[in-house]
Write a protein that binds this ligand. Structure first.
Ligand SMILES: C[S@@+](CC[C@H](N)C(=O)[O-])C[C@H]1O[C@@H](n2cnc3c(N)ncnc32)[C@H](O)[C@@H]1O
Ligand SMILES: [Zn+2]
Length: 352
């Protein structure tokens, strides 16, 4: 069957449902991650990319068609995928530039590129050896989000040494836990992996990092790894207090988490992108202006206070009137990121 996505069209074998068992993997929900990926690559001015787990080739093909990248190395361990990558390059009339196709275990690829996009099933940690294949930028997908959010908290500890329980802001916690993990993995090989963009969408997280040398850079990154304390009764979150000031009970310590800036660049929407991708781009452009490593999930506050949720725009207006910064977040439809303290939000809820 032929699929259209972005400026590409690709052929994949017919399938009944999306699973790892597909003869050649393709997931339409990942098109959001791919939209954002081509926009990141364009903004960073990248010229060449390694796509070590290409499947149909859609990702590398979109990089070629939609950014300034003219050199793509496609690779997949699955020989049927290789046949389809070749077909799809023809289908999209990709002839110029430098195209390499290989059928290897990704970890056996020797060439180095300016940018590498690691996109496996599940956890990408077994493939982090590939950090050596990039001279500059790393894009990475993790689809084991239920582990990072704390829904599978025992696995989070076993797999990643990550202490987490499910919270109302589970995806931001997940992404920040993942970024801390990647920074620590980079540090193991004495490289600074500096976050430049990150988002969650459906079943996956995507993180973009700049790889640099230098102990000072690594130390600076590590100094931004810490913990958040969370009260499971009233949902209060704190960067420093370990006892909830409202419930007087011990809070759960979540981490290690990267507490620094997740976003160093702003992206542009494109009219042919999926609506959802443009929404994420817009929300991140806004929320990245607010320097706070967590947001407030409004329904959980209403639940803790046993009250209704005031309309979101009213809450935002009130916070602005009081001189605080406030924006929506891409992590949740019901969340706001603000530099206002929790008690101010509670007052707004109580005075409705
Ligand atoms: C999630 S899919 C990649 C999807 C693709 N990047 C896209 O955007 O549509 C993961 C791919 O990794 C391939 N794969 C699994 N283990 C691999 C390995 N060790 N080395 C290279 N490829 C591998 C699978 O055959 C599969 O095509
Ligand atoms: Zn509490």
């Amino acid at each position: 069957m032929i699929i259209k996505e972005g400026l590409a069209k690709i052929e994949i074998p017919d399938y009944n449902n999306i699973s790892k068992e597909m003869p050649v993997f393709y997931n339409p929900l990942s098109s959001i991650g791919r939209d954002i990926a081509v926009e990141v690559a364009s903004k960073l001015g990248i010229k060449n990319v390694l796509d070590p787990m290409s499947a149909s080739g859609i990702r590398g093909i979109r990089y070629y068609l939609e950014s300034n990248i003219r050199e793509v190395h496609f690779n997949d361990i699955n020989p049927i995928a290789i046949e389809y990558i070749k077909k799809n390059l023809e289908l999209n009339n990709i002839k110029e530039g430098k195209i390499i196709i290989s059928n290897l275990d990704a970890r056996a690829i020797e060439q180095k590129y300016e940018y590498i996009d690691i996109d496996p099933f599940g956890s990408a940690t077994p493939y982090l050896y590939l950090i050596n294949n990039t001279s500059k930028y790393l894009a990475i997908t993790y689809t084991d989000t239920a582990v990072w959010t704390g829904e599978k908290h025992r696995k989070a500890y076993i797999r990643y040494n990550f202490n987490v329980i499910k919270t109302p802001i589970k995806h931001e916690i997940g992404v920040r836990g993942l970024v801390a993990h990647l920074i620590n993995k980079g540090a193991e090989i004495e490289r600074a992996l500096i976050p430049i963009y990150a988002h969650s969408a459906y079943h996956y997280y995507r993180v973009y990092m700049l790889k640099r040398k230098g102990s000072n850079r690594i130390e600076k990154l590590k100094s931004q790894i810490g913990y958040l304390y969370y009260c499971p009764k009233c949902y209060y979150i704190s960067e420093s207090e370990s006892v909830c000031p409202y419930c007087k009970r011990k809070m759960f310590r979540i981490g290690p988490l990267y507490l620094g800036k997740l976003w160093a660049i702003k992206l542009d929407k494109r009219d042919y992108f999926n609506k959802q991708s443009n929404k994420i781009i817009e929300r991140i452009n806004e929320e990245s202006e607010i320097d706070k490593p967590y947001y407030y999930e409004l329904p959980s506050i209403a639940k803790a206070l046993k009250t209704n949720i005031p309309p979101m725009d009213k809450i935002m207006e009130k916070l602005k009137e009081l001189g605080y910064k406030v924006e929506r977040t891409h992590f949740s439809e019901n969340g706001i990121r603000t530099n206002a303290p929790y008690y101010i939000i509670k007052t707004i809820f109580s005075s409705q």
